[in-house]
Ligand binder design. Structure first.
Ligand code: NDP
Length: 248
């Protein structure tokens, strides 16, 4: 198995893209620490991995990525318990959409906290262990909104563009320790996050996507698994846009 014995932390593992990432990494043999705020969904996910007899395991851990102390505790616990930390997938993310003129400070700050500051804190904590091991992969989930912008999402787009700048700097900084850092920028993917979009918006977007459909969580998870695997050992500081051709 490609990811046999590897230990991975995935944030936002309870639903959507993160859930698919956890299952895909576990199917490749990894021990996956699935983190989110909602414990029951994580426990169900761990049970599903067991039921499906995946080669690896999913270990549920509650974590609010905006809680700085909890991040350090979790990352240090994992590294101590398993004596390694191979992959960090920064996937947890939120939206609080609104037009610039009427956006509250709080809506801007909350999104930056969860989508960008958390990526910094988790990567900082994980990198200490990876540097010691001289091996690691950091994979950040950005968004096409961070590449091309999106009206009504200035907070979200800023956070996701920030993730891209962060990814490139970390990629340059940690490469000499054999740690790579890459980003995946999904387009419109079928999850709770896009379910809340009005039908008019969903249907209005589809003609702009050359493949004429939203993507699936598995179509993002397979790219994350590729970046975590042997085949991506020479890919560093890149943004893989996975959007059916929306941005090109
Ligand atoms: P969902 O809303 O379906 O799931 C979000 C996940 O993040 C959940 O597991 C949620 O768990 C977790 N989460 C949210 N806030 C926190 C927090 N403070 N601490 C810990 N976990 C948290 O989102 P998607 O699966 O759609 O999105 C996943 C990532 O992909 C996000 O970063 C998103 O921005 C990005 N993305 C998604 C796109 C899409 O079209 N769906 C397009 C481009 C990028 P819980 O609530 O239990 O904490």
């Amino acid at each position: 198995m490609e990811l046999d014995k590897q230990v991975c932390i995935v944030t936002g593992g309870s639903r959507g893209i993160g859930r698919a990432v956890c299952l895909t990494l576990a199917a490749k043999g990894a021990t996956v620490i699935a983190c989110a705020r909602t414990e029951p969904k994580l426990t169900e996910l761990a049970a599903e991995a067991k039921e499906r007899e995946l080669a690896g395991t999913i270990v549920p851990r509650t974590l609010d990525v905006t809680d700085r102390a909890a991040i350090d505790d979790l990352v240090n616990d994992v590294a101590e318990k398993y004596e390694r930390l191979d992959v960090l997938v920064n996937n947890a993310g939120i939206t609080k959409d609104g037009l610039l003129a009427s956006m509250e400070d709080d809506d801007f700050d909350t999104v930056i906290d969860a989508n960008l500051r958390a990526v910094f804190r988790l990567s900082r904590a994980a990198s200490k262990h990876m540097m010691r091991a001289r091996k690691g992969r950091i994979i950040n989930i950005s968004s096409v909104a961070g590449v091309m912008g999106n009206p009504g999402q200035c907070n979200y787009s800023a956070s996701k563009a920030g993730v891209i700048g962060f990814t490139k700097s970390v990629a340059k900084e940690l490469a000499r320790r054999n740690i790579t850092c890459n980003a995946v920028a999904p387009g419109f993917i079928e999850t709770d996050m896009t379910d809340v979009l009005p039908e008019k918006v969903r249907e209005g977007v589809k003609p702009l996507i050359p493949l004429r459909r939203f993507g699936t969580c598995d179509e993002i998870a397979s790219v994350v698994a590729f970046l975590a695997g042997d085949g991506a050992s020479y890919i560093n500081g890149q943004v893989l846009v996975v959007d059916g051709g929306l941005y090109m």
